[in-house]
Design a protein around this ligand. Structure first.
Ligand SMILES: Nc1ncnc2c1ncn2[C@@H]1O[C@H](COP(=O)(O)OP(=O)(O)OP(=O)(O)O)[C@@H](O)[C@H]1O
Length: 225
C-alpha cells in the first residue's frame, strides 16, 4: 500500500490562483522520491500538502491509509516528519538537549526513557557534542541535523525534506547522505524537494518533475523492492 496518497488535489493560497492543479500521486516508503522543478513550480506547497501542513481546497490526502483531514497535527506528526527549507523555523528550546527532550516530556514519557532516546538521536545525527549548545548559534548543517533528530524522535514512517542540502558543504552533505541512507534501510520513506542534481542522482529511485503546479514527469530509476 502507498504510504501517502493524494487524490485530485487542488490548492490556492487564499483567493489567489491555484498553485497545485489536480494532482494525484502515490508515494511508497520503499522509494526515495525526489521532487524537482523550477522555482515557483509548487514543490514546497506540494510537500506541505503531503505532510498535512496545508489543507487542499479540494481532493484528499491519505496518510498510511487514513484520510488526513480527520487527523490532528500531532497524529500526522507521528506518521510524517517534515523538514522545513529553513530548519530554524522548527527550533524552539534553549539547548539542543532540551529541543529533543521537551516534546517527549509533554507526552509524559518516563525521564530515563527520554534521556536514552535523546542520547541515541544525538548520536545518530552527530550532534552529541552540542548537547548543551544554544540551538540558534549552530551552523546550518548542525541546525538541520538537530531538526531531523527532533523529527526522528516522533518515529515517523515518512520524512519529507525541503531542500535539505542548501547551505551544506561537501562534508556535511556526506553526513546527511549517510544518515538518510541508513534511515531508508530501516524502512523510513523519503521524499526530498531538491535543486541539487548530484544529490538527486545519488539518492533518488523516483523523480517527479513539476512545472506550473502540475506533474509533468514521473520517472522511476530503479525497481521498487
Ligand atoms: N504563503 C504563500 N502565500 C501566497 N503565495 C505563496 C505562498 N507560498 C508560496 N506562494 C506562491 O506559490 C507558488 C509556488 O511556491 P512554492 O514555494 O510551492 O514553489 P517551489 O517550487 O517550492 O519554489 P522554490 O523552488 O523557489 O522553493 C509561487 O508562485 C509562490 O510565490
Amino acid at each position: 500500500m502507498s504510504y501517502l496518497t493524494l487524490e485530485n488535489i487542488n490548492f490556492a493560497y487564499g483567493k489567489n490562483d491555484f498553485i497545485i492543479k489536480n494532482i494525484s500521486l502515490q508515494l511508497w516508503q520503499e522509494d526515495f522520491t525526489a521532487v524537482v522543478g523550477p522555482n515557483g513550480s509548487g514543490k514546497t506547497t506540494l510537500g506541505k500538502l503531503m505532510a498535512g501542513l496545508l489543507k487542499p481546497q479540494s481532493g484528499t490526502v491519505a496518510i498510511d491509509g487514513t484520510d488526513s483531514s480527520s487527523m490532528s497535527l500531532g497524529a500526522i506528526g507521528k506518521k510524517v516528519g517534515y523538514l522545513f527549507q529553513n530548519p530554524e523555523k522548527q527550533i524552539f528550546a534553549p539547548t539542543v538537549y532540551e529541543e529533543l527532550t521537551f516534546p517527549l516530556e509533554i507526552k509524559g514519557i518516563e525521564k530515563k526513557v527520554i534521556e536514552k532516546k535523546a542520547k541515541e538521536a544525538m548520536e545518530i545525527f552527530q550532534i552529541s557534542h552540542l548537547s548543551k549548545a544554544f540551538p540558534f548559534t549552530l551552523s546550518q548543517g548542525e541546525k538541520q541535523r538537530l531538526a531531523l533528530a527532533a523529527i526522528f524522535l516522533h518515529e515517523p514512517g515518512f520524512f519529507i525534506l525541503d531542500e535539505p542540502t542548501t547551505g551544506l558543504d561537501r562534508e556535511r552533505k556526506k553526513v546527511l547522505s549517510s544518515i538518510l541512507k541508513s534511515l531508508q534501510k530501516e524502512g523510513v520513506g523519503m521524499a526530498v524537494i531538491s535543486h541539487d542534481e548530484a544529490f538527486v542522482e545519488e539518492h533518488a529511485t523516483r523523480v517527479i518533475k513539476m512545472i506550473g503546479g502540475e506533474i509533468i514527469g514521473d520517472a522511476r530509476k530503479s525497481a521498487r523492492s
